[in-house]
Design a binder for this molecule. Structure first.
Ligand code: G3H
Ligand code: 13P
Ligand code: ZN
Length: 333
């Protein structure tokens, strides 16, 4: 049993309380490899932003849970080396789907876990979440739950249609499950194809897809029911067109990729939404930079020569999100 406090990590309780009061959101960035982690920590150290490092079950399979945990521990020291005196770094399980997986992460030094029972019937979601909360809270590990279904891929769970969170259920769900934060569905979804072209309009000038707005009315109703309660938005990548264009003009093929416009995320960050999940944008930044090197320097075969530029691009992306979208800069001096 390892307690996250011994690793220099923090849970989400204080982060979220400050974010709700301050009208900003904490970035939750997924990582699977060293370059992504280095880029996240560098961006957060340079902007003094609290951060949630997210590990999905896919990441655990890819990179090994032990390595990921030591990487997070190393990240705290790396942050200090970069001159960030009091790093606020949370290590979080993204989309945990069983009690056993959540328990294993709690026992292994994670400071926060998500139990995603959103595909279960309502009462089963409550019962599973409550079981995880009862275990995690013994060690002061915070728990995120999900109510409502996002369209798209959540690890092994694929949903064709999204179902918005029902505001009339949130008080009962939060009270009975005891969760510390709640992920809701208001129109975001995972991946780089968040909307089908037929759900969008086309900008007549550029021909690019313009997605429909998020359901802010549902968010407002949820806020009224649970004032001050931390709300989480998954599937919040914006799918920057410049990365999609670089990928497509350097041998890639991402037709009609579309994300959530940044103005909408800015608006969400000022509300009860205090955690915004971003994974796909980092993948796009990485891929665009690597493809560019491969096309421009076909003789290059040293991974540092293409993973290095990819890392630099991700630092730029993360800093942009922190400063221009979430407003979390300067909140962890
Ligand atoms: O929720 C999905 C996250 O982007 C994680 O994706 O399951 O491919 O690691 P992954
Ligand atoms: P994106 O695919 O929009 O980056 O969402 C990531 C996410 O929600 C991770 O849980
Ligand atoms: Zn997610």
């Amino acid at each position: 049993m390892v307690n996250y406090k011994d690793l220099g990590l923090v849970n989400t309780r204080e982060m979220f309380a400050k974010a709700v009061d301050g009208g900003y959101a904490i970035p939750a960035f997924n990582f699977n490899n060293m370059e992504q982690l280095q880029a996240i920590i560098k961006a957060c150290a340079e902007t003094k932003s609290p951060v949630i490092l997210q590990v999905s079950s896919g990441a655990r399979k890819y990179a090994n849970q032990t390595l990921l945990r030591y990487m997070a521990e190393g990240a705290v020291e790396y942050a200090k080396e970069l001159g960030w005196e009091h790093p606020q770094i949370c290590l979080h399980l993204d989309h945990g789907d069983t009690f056993e997986l959540c328990k294993s992460c709690v026992d292994f030094g994670f400071s926060s876990v998500m139990i995603d029972g959103s595909s279960l019937p309502y009462e089963e979601n409550i019962a599973l979440t409550k079981r995880v909360v009862e275990y995690a809270h013994q060690f002061d590990v915070t728990v995120e739950a999900e109510l409502g279904v996002l369209a798209g891929v959540e690890d092994d769970v694929v949903a064709e249609e999204s179902h918005y969170t029902k505001p009339e259920e949130v008080i009962d769900f939060a009270t009975r499950s005891g969760c510390d934060s709640l992920a809701i569905s208001i129109g975001t979804s995972h991946g780089a194809y968040k909307f089908k072209p037929e759900q969008c309009t086309r900008d007549p000038q550029t021909g690019k897809l313009v997605p429909p707005p998020l359901a802010f009315d549902v968010l407002e109703e949820i806020e009224k029911k649970l004032p001050g309660f931390p709300i989480v938005l998954h599937g919040s990548s914006s799918v920057p067109q410049e990365y999609v264009d670089i990928i497509n003009s350097h041998g890639g093929n991402l037709p009609d990729a579309v994300g959530i416009p940044e103005e909408q995320l800015r608006k969400a960050a000022k509300s009860a939404v205090c955690k915004i999940n971003i994974d796909s944008d980092s993948r796009l930044a990485f891929t665009a930079a690597v493809r560019k090197v491969f096309v421009e320097k076909p003789g290059e075969f040293d991974p540092r020569k293409y993973c290095g530029p990819a890392r630099d691009e991700m630092v730029k992306l993360y800093k942009h999100k922190i400063i221009e979208v979430l407003g979390s800069d300067g909140k962890a001096e």
